[in-house]
Design a protein around this ligand. Sequence first.
Ligand SMILES: [Zn+2]
Length: 164
Amino acid sequence: MMKQTGPDMDMVNLLRDHGIAPTLQRLEIASALFSDKRHVTAEQLLEEINLGSNPVSRATLYNTLRLMSAKGLVRELIVDPARVVYEPRTTDHHHIYDVTTGELMDFDAESQWMTEALRLPSEFELIGIDVIVRVRGARGRRLNTLTARSDIGHNAFQLSAPES
Ligand SMILES: [Zn+2]
């Protein structure tokens, strides 16, 4: 991986915009996290960062992820108690998790129907809805062979597998 000599100003501004002081280590962590929009565990990030020239400690990494999560810069996703993944928070979306392979797939779905079904009392403000749909593929079918669709109606989503 090519290393930049100066600080990445986009990343500096991104941290500042979220009220996070852009220290060298935080920039390093943010760069690793935002280099690829994916779901990554803290340990994977640690490994990746520490291959570079500015290693960070595990404690710093966890503290930074906690801070970024609290500031809304990254999303912390508790897939199961033993697996927490992080991803840059872009748009709101939901997840499908294959419990056998550990694969995680994004899908967009209108949250409107869930909001309506919930009938949250008006003295509460809805902050967000995160859905994790847990599946197990039959006959070795993998999640990445599916396409999630949310354009078929406001109250449903459909998963389809290509004809084979
Ligand atoms: Zn996601």
